[in-house]
Design a protein. Sequence first.
Length: 233
Amino acid sequence: MLIKKWDKLPQELQIDEVRPYWEHLRKKNFSLFWKRMFDIFVSGLMLIILLPFFLILSLAIVIDSRGGVFYRQERVTQYGKHFRIFKFRSMVSDADKKGTLVTVGHDSRITRVGKLIRKLRLDEVSQLIDIFRGTMTFVGTRPEVPKYVDQYKAEYLATLLLPAGVTSMASIMFKDEDSLLDGKDDVDKAYIEEVLPQKMKWNLSEIERYGFWRDIKIMFMTIFAVLIHDEKR
């Protein structure tokens, strides 16, 4: 997870808009080392503890609808690398070919078990696999699909200096993102023009404020936000 030297970055990141964020993170390499150690230890421990739960949930998914256990959509992470994310499948097979790349409220592609999975945020739990592998981290900018990354403004590319994350301040502030997009005539356009710029303000701000203990704080804030959100439903 350590930040590369400037001349070792992908060419598309070696731009003036990214440099201030790179300079800030290069000073945080010691903290980033411990961030990676934390990711490996905690994700590995949780995968062992949650293995029985994973097996039960996997069985429920395949019994409920045709298709695999995981949804393996292509996403973008550190330095613009592409990877296939692990998410417990909550929608019908090939859902991304039957509609938009973002999910809106009351989406007809969501399965019966999927409704429970999404309500309890269980689809995100399988991303522990991605964290352990190093393609993701606990706290960082949520991984976008290549289609949306291609629409990034120059400054947004700074978020690719770090691995994509399971949660972030933007995730907390936009936890009801699907309802914000519900009813839009062009969901993809609304996401790129209305939601993404607001999320990026938070993401870029968090790079400037990065710290190991701030990551821990955001993890607890996420748990609190999920619990409060579910109580209101």
